[in-house]
Design a protein around this ligand. Structure first.
Ligand code: ARG
Ligand code: ZN
Length: 850
């Protein structure tokens, strides 16, 4: 069942042109594919196509029908036993979009037809060489009732449209002049509202920009359009990359497994990443829209013009495109906040994945179900690896590498090695050692030792991965650092040290008493083992030039407290004092202050443990804020009262004010009393936007279930039938720490808005329970785990991709205490004895094999 990277062979046939004729019907869509197929190289192999259609109706080769004994359709393959060098192959097949609950291939989303083909969904539409190194020019004719589906779309340019007066059906033909792999194919038919705009590219071409949203949602699409224009402009300015078709279309659909998809000229988006206004979307949502629009737009070059040779190379396009969208977001907003959020994702999700049974290098070597490899490792660690190259080559060296990459590979399907070679050749640099980052999984652990002899201060680094000592190859690790005077906090030196061997030394000549701030700006995706005295930690929190490191040291302090398991130890007292200082230091930058005052997630404290101590983490997360608030509640209240209303616009300054307000409200919720409840209620009632309503709600979670439920009901009343707001209600309800959470989930799942076949609903309610409610999920009764078990069984039967994401928290079961290990393992064992999708099978079995 598994496929290996080492087994790659070029395709036996090529398909230079593809003509599709699709007669849409909810249950019996007919797809006629007319393919020009030619042999690639000299061989006698039969043509073997990937196929997962309902029925193969008919096959013709050069106009001649095949008899049933000339082809075999079984086990996902359609094998054609007639020899040819080059032929016109016509295949008629039938599919059932309505029954497609996996949301892969052609399916119906709330009445609209849409497609999702990456990674291997095209074979569910038509038999094909469904692999990314087979590039074809597509012409697509879609036949449908125009009354019911006024917007009929496919990739590229509209070239014909006509109504057949006999049938009353309209046929619409699109042509995409750029050869593309099947995973970038898309088509849509539905009744939408359309927001139109134009963009003039740097060379003066006018591009029509079109955003299609559900009827009645037009007013929610302006932010998406602005984001698109900003992205187009940014890619021209930063990388000299211009859009290449006359039209750029984005369709927002409600039923979607992922965030969005970069289909050539016709992006399809989860509506969550398109629709936003201040009444219904939070600042986080606005950020999400902007960055996902940018991400998909940037794929037009990194992904579409230059694509992947095979799916093991996924990070070629995803790591690079994530890096580019990160750069974009940093330019649009606050670079430090961006970095903090990348570090959070890496440390909580990626490090956990890399320490668990599904650990894989950013370029995996073995895959059972490709959908399981759209991971934080491929995406986010992949982006960190690109970022390290950027650090090593510098801004202009990196740009030179990008230019060479496009010059060499435009129009091709290539590998990660090709990318690294372009970077290396453009800069005359040897990156062969660096490229180990592509083949070695796991998170490097850096042990740091500091000594002072005479006037030489030495920082010794040593890298390893626990338990892998023999096999571990040294990675290239850029360390951005700053040296501070231990007493005054003044900067002595700042630079970049590159560790290339298992051990390395940074030596600094100085007569002063110093301490170093390491991994500024999270310069490498590594774990740092370093024991610093509390006085140094405090000094760094107060004096490091890099705000990321000030935040980072504070996180270290939180972890120390969690590991001590008590708030009144030395680390606890230091942390409480630091936090009190920050509460009182109103002159600090509000965006940073808000981050510093945010209580770390369960997962980020768990990172500090070899065996996760659930109770110690939960205790730390409530005791520390309680102690801080005990001494600062008056100051917090005063500040909140003085803050007054913030104008609703989405910009850096306003976002910072609102997030500061959220952090202060959350702290305040740790002091009990009716008064706090009434403050939260009034914040909710007077909130001019969704961000503040959600802040009040999140804070109310700490004050018993009555207030939360009350406010959630209020929100439900004001925003009935608005699925994206309903999702927020579900998320908050499912995060409630108390046994009542089960009734709450049942209640919200019974509402009209809760359609269990919609992945956004499942993720909002149950995904939140699993990820954001550690106390209930990990309850020693085992109730949380059983809840997930039932859910997985249900969901897997309909939508395997969705199920395979929900199971992730169970995969690190070995990191918990004995009792929890037994409970979680029990779930996995029971699941393994049932019939599972390929997706879940791969995860469950690797977890148990470990
Ligand atoms: N390429 C898309 C993106 O990164 C994601 C597609 C995910 N597909 C999947 N089968 N998991 O924007
Ligand atoms: Zn992507």
């Amino acid at each position: 069942q598994a496929k290996y990277r080492a087994d790659y062979t070029p395709p036996a046939f090529l398909i230079p042109t593809t003509n599709l004729e699709v007669k849409l019907d909810p249950e019996q869509t007919q797809v006629k594919a007319s393919l020009v197929v030619e042999k690639n190289g000299v061989h006698n192999n039969s043509l073997e196509l990937d196929a997962e259609v309902e029925k193969v109706v008919q096959i013709e080769i050069d106009g001649e029908g095949l008899s049933p004994d000339e082809f075999v359709y079984e086990n996902g393959k359609l094998t054609i036993n007639r020899a040819f060098e080059k032929a016109q192959v016509v295949i008629v097949s039938e599919i059932n979009p309505k029954a497609n609950t996996a949301l892969e291939g052609l399916y119906l989303s709330a009445g609209a037809y849409c497609t999702q083909c990456e990674a291997e969904g095209f074979r569910r539409i038509s038999p094909f060489l469904d692999r990314p190194d087979v590039l074809s020019i597509y012409t697509v004719t879609i036949i449908a009732d125009e009354e019911q589906y006024p917007h009929i779309l496919a990739n590229g340019n509209l070239i014909a449209k006509q109504k057949d007066h006999k049938t009353g059906l309209t046929s619409v033909t699109w042509n995409d002049p750029f050869p593309k792999p099947s995973y970038l194919f898309a088509m849509v038919a539905g009744n939408f509202d359309l927001l139109k705009d134009t963009y003039t590219t740097i060379s003066g071409r006018e591009v029509s920009l079109e955003i299609y949203v559900d009827k009645g949602n037009l007013h929610l699409s302006d932010h998406a359009m602005e984001s698109l224009k900003k992205s187009m402009q940014w890619d021209e300015a930063k990388y000299g990359l211009e859009y290449d078709l006359d039209t750029y279309m984005i369709v927002a659909v409600d039923f979607f497994n992922m965030g969005a998809m970069e289909n050539k000229g016709l992006n399809i988006f989860n509506s969550k990443y398109v629709l936003a206004d201040e009444k219904t979307a939070t600042d986080t949502d606005y950020h999400g829209v902007e960055s996902v629009i940018a991400h998909e737009y940037f794929h037009n070059w990194t992904g579409n013009r230059v694509t992947c040779r095979d799916w093991f190379q996924l990070s070629l396009k995803e790591g690079l495109t994530v890096f580019r969208d990160q750069q974009f977001s940093a330019d649009m907003g606050n670079p430090v906040l961006e970095r903090i959020s990348h570090a959070r994702v890496m440390r909580t999700m990626q490090f956990a994945e890399d320490a668990g049974p599904m650990s894989h290098p950013i370029r995996p070597d073995k895959v059972i179900e490709m959908n399981n490899f759209y991971t934080v490792t491929v995406y986010d660690k992949g982006a960190e690896v690109i970022r390290m190259m950027h650090s090593l080559l510098g801004e202009s060296g990196f740009r030179k590498g990008m230019d060479l990459y496009f010059k060499r590979h435009d129009g091709q399907a290539v590998t990660c090695d090709d990318f690294v070679s372009a970077m290396a050749d453009a800069n005359n640099k040897d990156l062969s050692k660096f490229s180990r980052w592509y083949s070695q999984s796991g998170t490097p652990e850096l042990t740091i030792q500091e000594t002072k002899t005479g006037s030489v201060y030495t920082v010794e680094f040593s890298q390893r991965i626990y338990g892998r000592d023999d096999a571990y190859k040294a990675l290239t690790i850029p360390v951005k650092y700053e040296v501070l005077n231990k007493h005054t906090g003044q900067q002595v030196e700042r630079g970049v040290f590159v560790l290339e061997e298992h051990k390395g030394k940074l030596e600094i000549k100085t007569d002063q008493d110093v301490v170093t701030v390491l991994f500024e700006d999270f310069s490498s995706p590594v774990k740092v083992k370093r024991s610093l005295p509390l006085s140094d930690i405090k000094l760094i929190i107060n004096n490091a030039s890099d705000a990321f490191c000030r935040w980072d040291m504070l996180q270290t302090l939180w972890q120390m407290v969690a590991k001590e398991g008590k708030a009144d130890g030395e680390a606890g007292r230091t942390l409480v004092n630091c936090l009190i200082d920050i509460v009182l230091k109103q002159e600090l930058d509000p965006a940073i202050r808000a981050e510093l005052l945010t209580i770390p997630s369960f997962q980020s404290l768990a990172e500090a443990f070899d065996e996760i101590n659930v109770d110690a983490i939960l205790k730390t997360r409530t005791l520390i804020p309680s102690l801080v608030t005990e001494q600062t509640q008056q100051a917090i209240r005063n500040e909140l009262a003085e803050m007054g209303p913030v104008n609703n616009d989405y910009n850096k300054e306003n976002v910072a004010q609102r997030s500061l307000k959220a952090s202060l409200l959350n702290l305040l919720s740790f002091s009990d009393g009716e008064e706090v409840k009434s403050i939260l209620r009034s914040v909710y009632d007077n909130a001019p936007n969704m961000t503040e309503r959600v802040s009040a709600l999140n804070a109310s979670l700490n004050l018993g279930d009555a207030l939360v439920q009350d406010l959630l009901n209020q929100m439900h009343k004001s925003f009935s039938q608005q699925p994206l707001v309903f999702d927020k209600i579900c998320q908050i309800a499912a995060s409630y720490n108390g046994d009542e959470v089960y009734q709450m989930m049942e209640y919200w799942a019974s509402q009209e808005e809760f359609d269990p076949s919609n992945p956004n609903r499942i993720r909002s309610l149950y995904g939140a329970f699993v990820m954001r409610n550690p106390a209930q999920f990990h309850a020693l009764s085992g109730k949380g785990y059983l809840f997930l078990e039932r859910l997985l069984t249900d969901v897997d039967a309909k939508n395997p991709q969705l199920a395979a994401r929900l199971i992730d928290p169970l995969l690190s079961y070995q990191r918990y205490d004995e009792q929890r290990v037994a409970l979680m393992k029990g779930v996995l064992l029971r699941l393994s004895s049932t019939e599972l999708s390929k997706d879940l099978y791969e995860k469950v079995h690797s977890a148990l094999a470990n």
